[in-house]
Design a protein around this ligand. Structure first.
Ligand code: PCD
Length: 806
């Protein structure tokens, strides 16, 4: 029997466990400027590195003269590919099975590419010395268009791969081709499309953009030659993976490498991969015997570190006249830039793009993705989605709108009649996924009701009439989006990075006085793990979250894990945390039974204690049990109270959501105003509603940026036109719309606490929502598809193209 006395509620509240909007414990230091970021790390004798970078997008490097740079007072070394070559480090493997130059080896392939690495007494001397390195280039023809890259006779970009007709992901059918990756039944899909009553066809471009975290990438490498230990501090989203890769590349045994991710000022996928700056800093520290710091500036971050998207998606979707979808065909031309440095699980060169059937019951589908080299920066990171899922969601949510237009049907209704039904879960998609749980109709109806959808449509129709009568120059768009995310990579059997299986871990130590320290294989970049993982544990082990310290990011102390990206922390490390907690509880139960002199099965857990069944006045609190674990000899039990769990998830989790916005748009200036944003998320069991709301606000703001203005653009010569925050749109509080958040709660059936990830969802659902609003505003005038970002100029041009300027 549970203790039903009034203080039970107090005891639950005191735990600050699952479902509680506990304030973020990390904010005390962040809001007081007391965070400890990479650039805050200062070590005795520390030197500073800086890169000479290519001004050209494609050129032969004829010669490099470092004499003048070396002569500058304070310069310690200048590294070029020649210096790295004897170590075998002038090229490095990428996460995608390609290789990438660490420093220019004979030629450069994108503007901003690393050519030489200067090491000096301080950052300023290093920057001056960079200017003194003389590089003689011979310009080569530039290709920035992936379609042109595949033309017969196109300039060969990767001469190092010349003659190689296959790569890490199969056949290459052109010197600038990386792979063709296919999923689904092509023949069956084409047969359905050929016979279909209605087919809508469209090319959807998701432009190149960049995660642009507030803190750029950087590291401090310190080789201690006395004890042979390499310490590497850095902005790493996956510190253990960095340790393993560093060991494999350098030959230093892994126990002699310590990788530490201190506080990280936002990651968003930008800090998953390995950059030349890390390799050069390690080499420089080994060569000089001093710690070496490298922190890139904003321009370097935008121009040279991992971009996101750049997917040309050609779609065909078929349906009956009534709007029941019968098939989906998609071909993607994926611009990967100069090296294939995508950060995806190894077996998935296009990430999880084949979730592109979205939230709909589509019987047959096919997707093919061609990866292509161009003279642009390498990368291809998630940027707030699980491996290409935002591309997939944008694609299907645009295709749905285009199909609705083709059918002359309401797009909300078209979605409703095609949603996967609640009783179909677990649902097997035509492209091979098993969706764990969902209740799309309930979420959609809740959203449509919340915004008064019918009322909005009526208002919009009136607005169109008023516009036609010349009474207003403003149109109104209703942006609809319903998305399904797929987060929580593993399972190990089909998800790995360079052979390292994607599980995650948690290790807990309960201290004698009843507080605890838990360490995880993940690493927060601002998400608030120190707050929320303590909440999972509090509910599992009955110790207040305030008495639990969460540590992450130091490979000398944390158990091995695959890191934080792809919203995998909650689905994988969160599960490990709950299960490690349950191991603690199992031992605590035996201790309690011993102390209470009853059989193990005669005690039961209640909030923060074990109680004798049927005798609620007889109990031992977790605090008492912890003390006894260390200080009392208990027959048959080892002293101590610790547990560790390595969790290999059986499946991913499939969070979903219904997003709707209302946008007013000025036909003459192209200016837009977001009147309302309603975002309903379902991430299963909610750990901390306040943190979730913060995640949704952040993700929606990034979605707004991407849809409405943010892009990495190049001119014909391969010059990056958006390398500063003057040109690259990063919304401030001024531009950011107001958001209303809501939720439904459909637990994951396979996760120990039923939780799914949420951090990426708002980007996945948000981008199509904003873009669909722009398209919807012009639907009455016949607009089918217009590429993002929808800045004022592009919107003005749509209006011009539709003849709306009179
Ligand atoms: N949660 C809760 N509940 C649930 C879920 C969740 O509460 N159900 C919460 C948790 O705990 C945490 C968060 O929320 O805290 C999140 O989670 P998740 O979803 O799991 O995720 P994670 O893993 O942790 O993280 C990651 C993500 C990502 S991926 C990204 S991009 C982004 C997001 O996260 N990033 C960031 N968010 C954020 N935030 C911040 N602040 N910062 C950052 O950076 Mo990628 O792939 O990397 O692209």
């Amino acid at each position: 029997m549970n203790d039903l006395s009034p203080d039970r509620d107090d005891r639950i509240a005191n735990l600050k466990g699952l479902g509680c909007s506990r304030k973020r414990v990390e904010d005390a230091r962040f809001t007081q400027g007391k965070g400890n970021y990479v650039d805050d790390i200062k070590m005795p004798g520390m030197l500073h590195g800086d890169f000479v970078r290519s001004p050209y997008a494609h050129a032969r490097v004829v010669s490099i003269n470092i004499d003048a740079a070396m002569a500058l007072d304070g310069v310690v070394a200048v590294l070029t590919a020649k210096d790295l070559e004897p170590l075998g480090l002038h090229w490095m493997p990428t996460l995608a099975g390609d290789k990438q130059m660490v420093l220019a080896d004979g030629k450069v392939l994108f503007q901003g590419q690393e050519v030489a690495y200067v090491v000096a007494r301080d950052r300023y001397v290093a920057a001056d010395a960079v200017e003194l390195v003389e590089v003689d280039y011979e310009e080569l023809p530039v290709i920035v268009d992936p379609f042109k890259a595949l033309e017969p006779g196109a300039t060969v970009l990767r001469e190092d791969l010349e003659g190689q007709t296959s790569g890490a992901h199969g056949e290459r059918r052109h010197p600038n081709h990386i792979f063709l990756w296919e999923e689904g039944d092509k023949a069956a899909t084409e047969a359905v499309l050929d016979e279909a009553e209605v087919v809508a066809e469209e090319t959807i471009y998701y432009h190149r953009t960049h995660p642009c975290p507030l803190e750029t990438c950087g590291c401090v490498a310190s080789m201690d030659k006395v004890n042979g230990k390499l310490t590497l501090y850095g902005t790493f989203q996956a510190p253990h993976v960095v340790r393993t890769v560093a060991s494999l590349l350098s030959g230093i045994e892994e126990h002699n490498i310590r990788v530490v991710s201190p506080d990280i000022g936002g990651g968003f996928g930008n800090k998953v991969g390995v950059y030349p700056g890390y390799v050069c800093s390690i080499v420089a520290s080994i060569v000089t015997g001093k710690p070496v710091k490298w922190v890139e500036d904003r321009m370097e971050n935008l121009m040279a570190t991992a971009f996101a998207r750049d997917y040309w998606m050609k779609g065909r979707i078929s349906a009956t006249k009534e709007g029941k979808i019968t098939g989906l065909h998609c071909h993607v031309t994926a611009d990967h830039g100069a090296f294939d440095a995508c950060a995806d699980p190894t077996k998935f060169p296009a990430g999880f793009f084949h979730i592109c059937t979205g939230s709909y019951d589509i019987p047959v589908a096919y997707v093919g993705v061609d990866g292509v080299y161009t003279n642009k920066a390498p990368g291809g990171v998630a940027y707030r989605c699980s491996f290409r899922v935002t591309e997939a969601a944008y694609f299907i949510e645009r295709m749905i709108e285009v199909l609705a237009q083709e059918l002359n049907m309401d797009a909300a209704e078209l979605r409703r009649i095609n949603f996967i039904r609640k009783d179909q879960f677990p649902y097997h998609s035509a492209l091979g996924w098993e969706y764990d749980s969902g209740d799309y109709h309930t979420a959609w109806d809740k959203a449509l009701t919340a915004v008064n959808y019918d009322g909005l449509r009526a208002e919009q129709a009136e607005r169109v009439e008023a516009f036609k009568r010349g009474e207003t120059r403003k149109l109104m768009g209703i942006g609809l989006s319903f998305f399904t995310e797929i987060v929580g990579a593993g399972p190990v059997k089909n998800c790995d990075i360079l052979g390292m299986g994607m599980f995650d871990s948690c290790e807990i130590r309960i201290h004698p006085t009843g507080s605890a320290t838990a360490r995880l294989g993940t690493i927060s970049q601002g998400q608030g793990h120190a707050t929320t993982f303590a909440q999972i544990l509090a509910s599992e082990i009955g110790i207040s979250a305030d008495s639990i310290t969460i540590e992450e990011g130091d490979t000398d102390t944390a158990p091995y894990g695959l890191g934080t990206y792809g919203s995998r922390s909650t689905p994988v490390a969160g599960a490990a945390t709950a299960l490690a907690g349950r191991k603690i509880r199992a031992k605590a139960q035996m201790i309690a039974a011993y102390l209470l002199e009853v059989h193990d099965n005669d005690v039961e857990f209640d909030v923060d204690r074990f109680v004798v069944k049927g005798a609620p006045e007889r109990f031992k609190t977790m605090k008492e049990i912890a003390y006894a674990a260390y200080n009392q000899a208990i027959p048959g039990l080892e002293p101590g109270l610790e547990a560790v769990s390595y969790y290999d998830p059986p499946n991913m989790t499939y969070p979903f959501g219904a997003y709707i916005c209302v946008m007013d748009l000025d036909v003459d200036t192209g200016q837009t105003e977001i009147r309302q944003v309603y975002a309903l998320d379902d991430c299963g069991t909610r750990i901390n509603p306040m943190v979730i709301e913060g995640q949704v606000h952040g993700g929606l703001t990034e979605a707004y940026a991407i849809a409405m203005g943010q892009e990495i653009a190049y001119d014909e010569m391969g010059n990056c036109k958006t390398g500063t925050l003057m040109d690259f749109f990063l919304p401030t509080a001024v531009e950011t719309p107001h958001y209303t958040t809501d939720f439904t709660e459909t637990p994951s059936p396979h996760h120990p606490i039923g939780a799914k990830g949420v951090g990426e969802s708002p980007n996945v659902g948000g981008v199509p929502m904003f873009s669909n609003a722009v398209h919807d505003a012009f639907r009455a005038f016949g607009l089918r598809q217009s590429h993002m970002p929808h800045d004022h100029w592009r919107i003005w041009r749509i209006a011009e193209g539709l003849g709306l300027h009179g």
